[in-house]
Design a protein around this ligand. Sequence first.
Ligand code: SF4
Length: 336
Amino acid sequence: MPERHEHPASERPTAPRPGGPDAGALRADCERCFALCCVAPAFAASADFAIDKPAGRACPNLQQDFRCGIHRDLRKKGFTGCTVFDCFGAGQQVSQVTFNGEDWRRNPGTARRMFEVFAVMRQIHELLWYLTEALALPAARPLHGELALLRDETARMAAGDPDAVLAVDLAGHRSRVNELLLGASELVRAEVPGARKDRRKERRGADLIGADLRGADLRGASLRGAYLIGADLRGADLRTADLIGADLRDADLRGADLTGSVFLIQSQLDAARGDAGTRIPPSLTRPAHWGTGTERAAGPARAADRRAGASGGRGSGARRAGDRARGGGRNAGPRR
Ligand code: SF4
């Protein structure tokens, strides 16, 4: 019996966790989704997605019942990227709320629109995740009022009908969200004495591909949008580091401490390597593939990929052909 299409990388929790965003609405519930992430985006063959697939066409591995026919062997068969993708619950929102349970197979007339809405909804939900996390940061209390207003506004966007969702000014909204998230991050990092004046910790957007950061004290560092592909972060102290948008594909996090890091998301963890000694925030889940920490994570750790401008596709691996619906090692949310 094939598995229901679901996140294979980790045992996804279904209940909220203390200190984390609302799991119910913002965690993928594949049982309630019409496998939108297996159909809507286009993929170009890469190390992490074995085939080319045009946008709007179902992956050939997707079965009639919306289950993935190779669920147990995704990594083995070259679909590692599928194991790290996170829709932040946008799939079930679009399937069950925006389109009221209408299945794109039974109602093919709605398919195209549904896929367009999914691409937008995924980003709205990602912003909701970050805003919810910011609201759980005690140090960001001075901004909680503004954050709550923006979160409520974003939640209203997610609840809109297809026309309303497609009319959202995503770029403008993301920019407003990003400004507040940056403020929240600064308040958190300011609690680490000297961190904000330490130029070694100001690594926003830095090229740290393959960098040797073993045992580094990165408490309070800004690693927003940093390229940490294949970086050696074994034993690094990343507590209170801002990791929003950091590309952690194949980064070695064995023994690293990520508790209290800011804006780290599941797909970043899923794209990295780690082990039982890696400490992670309570709102996230230890990726199943970490095991011994020696397995290859999603995404090639090749500098050439990043330098050629490749971005995370299905999860962090497959190269995306034109949309930002997929995050992975590098999430699609606000970065700078
Ligand atoms: S291989 Fe990936 S995209 Fe294709 S059906 Fe399975 S999970 Fe979906």
